[in-house]
Design a protein. Structure first.
Length: 647
C-alpha cells in the first residue's frame, strides 16, 4: 500500500508537468498567430516593395510570416505528444482545404513556369498550414476574441495613418515613396490604397459586431464603436470604389442581420441610423471622394476591362486545369490590346485569376471551401445563441465574432470582383485566419468532428506537418539568400561586382529566369560600351538570355536581348529569329515594335523598319523611336536617288 501511495503522486506530478508544458506551447502558438496577423499589414501588406527599382530594397515581409508559421507548426507537432488526451478537430471544410493543397502540389509540378509555380505553391502550403494550425490550436473560448482585438487594433492604426496621409498628402509608407497616383489617397502602411481598404473592410464588421453583441462592458463597447467609425473613415479616404462598395453592402447586411434577431433588432435599427448619418457626413466632408463614388465601379477606359478580357481568353484556352499558377502576367502580352502597353501582374479580379491559372478544378475547390465555411456558420449559429441564453445574458462574444468574421469574409469576397486582395499575403492571411477561426467554432456545436488519431495517426501527422515545415523553411531560406544576392547585384557599382552577385543568386535559384535576364542584360550593356573583350561579353550575354528562354517560353525580353547580342556580333540573320519570336509573344507593344524596326535597319531593310516604327509611334511617341524614324527616312531617300551612270 505504501508503494502504491508513492506512485500516484509521481504520476500526478508527471501529468501536471505535461499539462504545463502543453499550455506553454499552446500559448506560444497563439502568440505566433497574433504576431502574424499584426506583422503582415504593417510590412507593406507582406509584399516585396519596388521589385523593379534600383532603390534600397526592403524586407520581403512574406518571409517573416513564413518563418512564424513554420515555428507555430513545429510547436503543434510537439503538442501531438504533450496534449492529453490528444484530439484532432476536423470539420468538413478541412477536407476541401486539404484537397486544394494536394491539387496545388500536383498542378505545380506540371506547370510550364516551374519557378513561378513553386512560389505560388509556397503560398498555398503556407496558408493551408496556418489554417490547420489555427483550427486545432486556437479553438478555446478566448482565442477568437484575442485575434479579433489584435486585428481591430491594427486596422485602427492603419486607418488613422491613412487619414493623416489623405489630409496632408504625406507621400511615404515607412521608407517607401508611394506612386504619384496614390499620394492623395489614404493607404495606411500598404502601398496600394485598394489593398488597404480590403484589409480594413474585413476587420470593420468585427468591431461593429462586438459593439452590438459582445459580452463587454459599456466603456469597451464605446471604444470599439469609435474604432469602427475610424475604420469607416479610413476606407472612405482610400477612395477605393471596390472597398466602398463592399463596405456599403456589408454594413447593409449587418444591419439587416441584427433587425432579424429578436434580441438585437433595436440595436440594428440604431446602428442603421448611425451608419447612414455617418456616411452622409463623411461624403459631405470629402467632395472628391463623393465624385469618385459617383463614377461607375469600372470605367469604360479602366484597364480592368482589358485585363478581364485576356483572363477570359486564357481560361477558355486552359479550361479544366488552368494555364498554371502565376502564368497570367506572362501570357497577357500575347493577346493584350494595342492600347494597353502595361503588363499587369494579375487580372485585378481574384475569381478570374483562379479560373485562368488554376482552371475549373481549382476554382471548384475554392468555391466548395467557401461554401463549407458559411455552411458551418449556419449550423453553429443556433448553438452559439443558445449557449449565451443559457448563461442568462443576451450578449455573446462568440456569436459576435461569428457574425463579424462572416461579414468580413463576405466583404472581401465582394471586393475581390474588382481587385486582387487575395494576391496580397497580409490580406490572404487575414481571410484564412477568419475562415479557420469560424471553422473552429464547430467545437461549440457538436463533438462529432473530434478525432483521436492514436499513435499511428500522430506519426502520420508528424510526417505531414513536418513536411510542410521543412518545405516552408527550405524555400524561405532559399528565397532570402536569393533576394540578398539579387539586390546586392542591382546595387553594384561595377560590372564585375554585379555579375558576381547575380551569378551567386543564380546558383541559389537556378530556375529563376529573371536572374538569367539580368545577367544577360548586364553583359550586353557591358559589350555595347565597345571596350576590350566586348565580343566575349556579348556572347556571354546571349548564353544567359538563351537559358532564360528555356525556363520561360513566354518571355519576350530574353528574345530581344539575345537578338541585340547577336546583332553586336555581326550575326543579324541569326538574330532575326529571336526578334520575330519577341514580336509574336508581344505583338502590340510599342517598344517591341520599334526594337524590331531597329533590327530591320541593321538588315538594311529600311521600308520594313519604317513600317514598324510608324506603328510603334502611332501608339506611343518616344524621342528614341522618332530619331530612328528620321534616320530611316534619310536612308530610304538616299537609296531612292538615281545613281550616276557607270563610266
Amino acid at each position: 500500500m505504501a508503494s502504491e501511495s508513492q506512485e500516484k503522486p509521481a504520476g500526478g506530478a508527471t501529468a501536471s508537468f505535461r499539462e504545463r508544458v502543453d499550455a506553454v506551447f499552446a500559448n506560444g502558438i497563439l502568440a505566433l498567430v497574433l504576431a502574424i496577423l499584426a506583422w503582415g499589414p504593417l510590412a507593406y501588406g507582406a509584399v516585396r516593395v519596388n521589385p523593379d527599382s534600383l532603390e534600397v530594397p526592403h524586407l520581403y515581409g512574406l518571409l517573416a510570416i513564413q518563418g512564424l508559421t513554420a515555428l507555430a507548426a513545429s510547436l503543434w507537432i510537439v503538442r501531438f505528444f504533450t496534449q492529453r488526451p490528444f484530439r484532432l478537430l476536423w470539420p468538413p471544410v478541412c477536407w476541401a482545404v486539404l484537397a486544394f493543397v494536394l491539387y496545388a502540389i500536383v498542378r505545380c509540378q506540371t506547370a510550364d513556369l516551374h519557378y513561378i509555380a513553386r512560389q505560388n505553391l509556397q503560398c498555398v502550403v503556407l496558408y493551408g498550414t496556418l489554417f490547420f494550425v489555427i483550427v486545432n490550436n486556437l479553438n478555446r473560448r478566448s482565442s477568437a476574441r484575442l485575434a479579433a482585438m489584435v486585428l481591430i487594433a491594427v486596422a485602427l492604426g492603419e486607418s488613422l495613418f491613412a487619414f493623416y496621409q489623405f489630409t496632408t498628402h504625406y507621400p511615404r509608407v515607412w521608407a517607401v515613396f508611394k506612386p504619384v497616383g496614390y499620394v492623395a489617397r489614404g493607404s495606411g502602411t500598404y502601398v496600394n490604397p485598394n489593398n488597404f481598404a480590403g484589409f480594413v473592410e474585413m476587420v470593420l464588421p468585427l468591431a461593429l459586431a462586438f459593439t452590438a453583441m459582445g459580452r463587454l462592458n459599456a466603456t469597451k463597447k464605446v471604444i470599439l464603436g469609435y474604432c469602427a467609425l475610424v475604420m469607416m473613415a479610413g476606407i472612405v479616404v482610400s477612395e477605393s470604389r471596390g472597398g466602398l462598395t463592399a463596405m456599403g453592402m456589408t454594413l447593409a447586411v449587418f444591419c439587416v442581420a441584427l433587425l432579424f434577431q429578436r434580441d438585437y433588432w433595436r440595436r440594428g435599427a440604431l446602428a442603421l441610423g448611425i451608419l447612414i448619418v455617418a456616411g452622409l457626413v463623411l461624403m459631405q466632408q470629402f467632395g472628391k471622394v463623393e465624385q469618385r463614388i459617383g463614377a461607375s465601379l469600372v470605367d469604360e477606359g479602366d484597364g480592368r476591362v482589358f485585363y478581364w478580357k485576356v483572363a477570359e481568353d486564357v481560361f477558355h484556352q486552359h479550361l479544366l486545369w488552368g494555364a498554371g499558377p502565376g502564368s497570367y502576367r506572362y501570357l497577357y502580352p500575347m493577346t493584350a490590346s494595342v492600347w494597353q502597353q502595361t503588363n499587369p501582374l494579375n487580372p485585378h479580379n481574384d475569381y478570374l485569376t483562379t479560373l485562368c491559372e488554376w482552371g475549373l478544378a481549382g476554382f471548384s475547390l475554392v468555391i466548395v471551401t467557401l461554401g463549407l465555411v458559411f455552411a458551418g456558420v449556419s449550423r453553429t449559429w443556433p448553438f452559439l445563441k443558445r449557449s449565451s441564453a443559457d448563461l442568462g445574458r443576451k450578449d455573446s462574444s462568440r456569436a459576435a465574432f461569428v457574425l463579424g468574421a462572416s461579414l468580413g469574409l463576405l466583404s472581401i469576397l465582394i471586393h475581390s470582383v474588382v481587385d486582387f486582395n487575395m494576391q496580397i499575403p497580409a490580406n490572404a492571411v487575414t481571410a484564412v485566419t477568419l475562415m479557420a477561426l469560424l471553422s473552429a467554432h464547430w467545437r461549440f456545436a457538436t463533438e462529432r468532428f473530434w478525432f483521436n488519431p492514436r499513435l499511428i495517426g500522430r506519426i502520420l501527422l508528424v510526417i505531414a506537418v513536418g513536411g510542410a515545415v521543412f518545405f516552408l523553411g527550405r524555400e524561405g531560406l532559399r528565397a532570402g539568400r536569393e533576394f540578398y544576392w539579387v539586390q546586392r547585384g542591382l546595387r553594384a557599382t561595377s560590372w564585375s561586382a554585379q555579375v558576381a552577385a547575380l551569378e551567386n543568386a543564380h546558383q541559389v535559384e537556378p530556375d529563376n529566369f529573371v536572374t538569367d535576364y539580368e545577367l544577360g542584360e548586364a553583359c550586353r550593356l557591358e559589350a555595347w560600351k565597345g571596350e576590350a573583350n566586348s565580343d566575349d561579353r556579348a556572347r556571354e550575354g546571349a548564353q544567359w538570355f538563351q537559358r532564360g528562354m528555356v525556363l520561360n517560353p513566354y518571355d519576350f525580353e530574353t528574345r530581344l536581348g539575345c537578338g541585340k547580342c547577336l546583332d553586336w556580333l555581326d550575326r543579324p540573320n541569326e538574330a532575326t529569329k529571336f526578334f520575330v519570336q519577341a514580336l509574336m509573344l508581344n505583338p502590340n507593344n510599342a517598344r517591341v515594335q520599334w526594337q524590331f524596326a531597329w533590327h530591320c535597319s541593321i538588315l538594311r531593310n529600311y521600308p520594313l523598319a519604317k513600317l514598324w516604327l510608324e506603328r510603334s509611334l502611332y501608339v506611343v511617341r518616344t524621342r528614341e523611336a522618332e530619331d530612328y524614324l528620321d534616320m530611316v527616312n534619310r536612308k530610304i531617300a538616299e537609296e531612292s536617288r538615281p545613281r550616276p551612270p557607270a563610266p
